[in-house]
Ligand binder design. Structure first.
Ligand code: NAD
Length: 371
């Protein structure tokens, strides 16, 4: 692991490709840029943004959701910051196109082109938003800050599949395969991330039943030997699903395979109660990553200056931390978000009585001011 060096990129240009995308995408990306520029002034770096088109915005101009030129631009950057893509799936003409030409195909294409195999989804409960948490108060009172590290390009979703008919009975087969290299590279990412956090990894599997899980567990244990400071525990996936609602504060990094991660990361994000607050990242085996909010393009509120830009701003903070090793700047952005919430400012989606409602642009400015 490269040592964390907040000074390492001082006064350097950070080459960032931005994908504003569709719906609220351009509005929330504008606020993340505002915050990054302010963080740069404070911490001595200069974000160098280049925008590319993806999703519906690219279909409208180029007829396809992502061009090869746009991919080349993304590849030439140090990191990609994305808003969101897609439109109203019932009414938008983009959804009359064949599936491979629809907005979402651009996302699959860029993930593949950039070899993004590790998906990171934090689930963090802010004490100011604790009332949005659907868990009992005695559980939410402890707060939680979980990072789910999900393998993104292997397992059941990418294995061979077929449906056959045997003696008049239809039968479907999906194959769950992992090789040790696929497991090792995601485990290394998980332990690297734990070193930047509370140094605990919970590896989640179904090793009492599945061979792929038994190999997963063995390889994770091998990797753990290189990280003596990190505490490793193993947990069966069914127990993990239960523990997430029973005692989420016990977790730091949850490391798991593709399908388990798909389900657990949605469960973890739901227990925070606020979709406009949840960041995410997809990483490859270099420092490169694609950072984006967990929510979609919210076409119902696009162009109204009411979207919550915090998930995108927190995604930008993840970018500073994981692609640029600028931990102090990332901390400052996250702290600024907490301060704005503590000062009582809210966008409409997280509004409660007696607090001050602001729009997307004002929320971005308030956060930037507090860095
Ligand atoms: P969505 O997340 O866009 O919206 C769900 C609800 O949450 C809506 O009421 C919306 O107004 C609200 N919401 C979402 N983000 C918000 C924010 N930042 N601030 C305030 N409110 C917010 O999900 P959806 O409606 O199912 O999907 C809309 C489009 O987004 C679809 O085309 C879908 O395919 C696409 N999508 C894209 C991504 C991505 O780009 N990675 C992810 C999910 C969905």
């Amino acid at each position: 692991m490269r040592k964390s060096g907040a000074g390492m990129r001082k006064n350097m240009n950070l080459k960032i490709t931005c994908i504003p995308g569709d719906g609220i995408g351009p509005e929330i990306i504008a606020e993340a840029k505002k915050v990054l520029v302010k963080a740069g002034e404070k911490f001595g770096f200069v974000p160098d943004f280049t925008d590319i088109l993806m999703g519906g915005a690219s279909i409208d101009v180029h007829g396809i959701p992502l061009t090869d030129e746009a991919i080349d631009t993304a590849k030439s950057a140090d990191a990609v910051l994305m808003g969101s893509i897609g439109g109203n799936t019932s009414t938008s003409p983009w959804y009359k196109l064949p599936p491979e030409k629809r907005p979402e195909a651009g996302l699959l294409k860029i993930r593949k082109a950039l070899n993004l195999f590790a998906n990171l989804r934090p689930a963090l409960l802010y004490k100011e938003l604790a009332s949005a948490c659907p868990l009992k108060e005695e559980i939410s009172a402890a707060g939680f800050d979980i990072m789910i590290m999900r393998e993104l390009t292997g397992g059941l979703y990418f294995g061979e599949r077929k449906t056959v008919e045997e003696n008049g009975v239809r039968k479907a087969i999906d194959t769950l395969t992992y090789d040790e290299n696929e497991i090792r590279r995601i485990a290394i990412k998980g332990f690297d991330i734990a070193m930047k956090r509370k140094k605990k990894v919970t590896s989640v599997d179904k090793a009492n039943v599945l061979d792929s899980s038994r190999l997963w567990r063995a390889v994770v244990e091998e990797v753990a030997k290189d990280y003596p400071e990190v505490t490793l525990e193993h947990m069966l996936v069914d127990n993990c699903a239960m523990q997430l609602v029973k005692d989420p504060s016990q977790f730091d990094v949850i490391l798991t395979e593709n399908m388990f991660g798909d389900i657990l990361s949605d469960e973890a994000s739901m227990v925070t109660g606020s979709i406009g607050m949840l960041a995410s990242a997809s990483l490859n085996d270099t420092r490169f990553g694609l950072y984006e909010p967990s929510h979609g393009s919210a076409p119902d509120i696009a162009g109204m200056d009411v979207a919550n830009p915090i998930a995108t701003i927190l995604s930008a903070a993840m970018m500073l931390r994981y692609s640029f090793d600028l931990d102090a700047a990332a901390d400052a952005v996250e702290e600024a978000v907490k301060k704005v919430l503590a000062d009582g400012f809210r966008t409409g989606d997280i509004m409660s009585e007696g607090l001050k409602q602001v729009g997307c642009s004002e929320m971005g400015s308030l956060i930037a001011e507090r860095i």
